[in-house]
Design a protein around this ligand. Structure first.
Ligand code: AVI
Length: 320
C-alpha cells in the first residue's frame, strides 16, 4: 500500500491540482510521514487559526499587535505612506487593516492560499476603506511568488506578520525571503513579525492549549486532506501532539495514531502503527541576532527592529 498516482479522487471528493495531490502523496508515503502546514488552512482551518489567535496561551498575535500599537508611528515613518501593501497570508486581513490609518497604502493586495476566506474578508474591508485600491489573490506563495501585472511595481511593501516565516525551515526561509527581496524591486521593503526563542513552558502551552483549539486545528488537516486526496483518514483515530524542541529551536506539531490502522486513497495508501506520527508543522523561534542575520543573508538590510521586553517577539522593517 505505498504506490501513488496523481489520479483525481472519486466523485464526491474535491479536486486538488495534480501537483498538490503529488505533494500530499509524497509526504504521506515518506518514511517519516509529513503533511505541509499550508494544508492546515482550508476554510475551517482558517477559522480555527483565528480562534487560536484569541487564546490566552497563544501570545504571538497579542504581542505583535502590542508592538504595532506602541510603535505604530515610528513603524509608519520607517515604511512611509502610499506604498503597495502586499499582505502575505492575509487571512482575515485584520492585521493589515489595523495599520491602514498609519500606512495609508495606495494599493492593498491580500494574498492567501485560502481564496474564499480572504475574498470575504476583503469584501468587508472595501466598505470600511473605499478609497484604497484592493485586490485578493488566491496563491500558494510558499513555492513561487508570481504577482499579476495588476499589482503595482512601485514602492512595494511586503507585509509578513505573525511569525509565519517560522513555519519554514531556516534554509527554506532564506530562499523564500530571497524571492521576496527580488519581488520588492529597488524601492521596496519588508515589514515582518518574527517570534523569538523563549521559555519552553510558554511555548508548549501556546501550541497545546487547554481548550483544545490547536488540537482541532491540527486534526482538521486530515479532513482537508481527505477532500483533496479522496483519502479515508478518521480524525477520531488521531491525537494532537505539540512540543518545543529547545535544541532545534522549534515547536513541532504532529498527529499521532491512537491505534494501528490503514489509510487509503485513490492509487495508494499506508499502514500506520499505533503511536506513529505525521509531522504537520514546525514553528521556528529565532534569537534576535539570527532573525536579522536571516534577513541580511537574503539580501535585505534590516534597518529597524521593535520588540516587546516582556515577551520576546520582533517586528522588523527591512529595506530591499
Ligand atoms: C501561522 N503560524 C505562524 C502559526 C505558528 O504559530 O506557527 C500557526 C500555528 N500553529 C499552531 N498554532 C498556531
Amino acid at each position: 500500500l505505498t504506490s501513488c498516482t496523481t489520479e483525481k479522487p472519486a466523485a464526491g471528493g474535491a479536486h486538488a491540482g495534480a501537483h498538490l495531490t503529488a505533494e500530499l502523496c509524497a509526504g504521506l508515503e515518506a518514511r517519516h510521514a509529513a503533511i505541509s502546514p499550508k494544508f492546515l488552512y482550508d476554510a475551517l482551518g482558517s477559522k480555527l487559526f483565528e480562534a487560536i489567535c484569541e487564546l490566552p496561551e497563544y501570545y504571538p498575535t497579542r504581542t505583535e499587535a502590542g508592538i504595532f500599537e506602541r510603535h505604530g508611528h515610528e513603524i509608519a515613518r520607517a515604511c512611509g505612506t502610499g506604498a503597495t501593501l502586499i499582505d502575505l497570508g492575509a487571512g482575515n486581513c485584520a492585521k493589515a487593516a489595523a495599520l491602514f490609518p498609519l500606512l495609508r497604502p495606495a494599493q492593498y493586495v491580500a494574498v492567501d492560499i485560502s481564496t474564499g476566506f480572504v475574498g470575504e474578508a476583503l469584501a468587508r474591508l472595501r466598505l470600511r476603506f473605499p478609497r484604497i485600491d484592493m485586490q485578493a489573490l488566491g496563491l500558494d506563495f510558499s513555492s513561487a511568488l508570481e504577482l499579476p501585472d495588476s499589482v503595482h511595481a512601485e514602492r512595494r511593501l511586503f507585509f509578513y506578520p505573525g511569525s509565519s516565516i517560522g513555519n519554514f525551515t531556516p534554509p527554506e526561509a532564506r530562499a523564500f525571503l530571497t524571492r521576496l527581496r527580488k519581488g520588492c524591486g529597488p524601492d521596496g521593503a519588508l515589514l515582518i513579525g518574527i517570534d523569538l526563542a523563549k521559555d519552553k513552558a510558554i511555548l508548549d502551552a501556546a501550541y497545546d492549549d487547554a481548550l483544545g483549539v490547536t488540537a482541532a486545528f491540527n486534526l482538521n488537516v486530515l479532513r482537508h486532506v481527505n477532500r483533496l486526496l479522496g483519502s479515508d483518514f478518521d480524525v477520531r483515530h488521531w491525537r494532537h501532539v505539540a512540543f518545543y524542541d529547545e535544541a532545534a529551536s522549534r515547536v513541532e506539531m504532529h498527529l499521532e495514531a491512537n491505534s494501528a490502522q490503514t489509510v487509503r486513497w485513490p492509487g495508494g495508501g499506508r499502514d500506520f502503527a499505533a503511536g506513529e506520527r505525521i509531522h504537520t508543522e514546525n514553528s521556528y523561534k529565532y534569537r534576535q541576532a539570527d532573525a536579522i542575520g536571516l534577513l541580511e543573508q537574503s539580501g535585505f538590510e534590516a534597518t529597524r527592529v521593535w520588540t516587546d521586553p516582556r515577551c520576546p517577539f520582533a517586528v522588523i522593517h527591512a529595506q530591499a
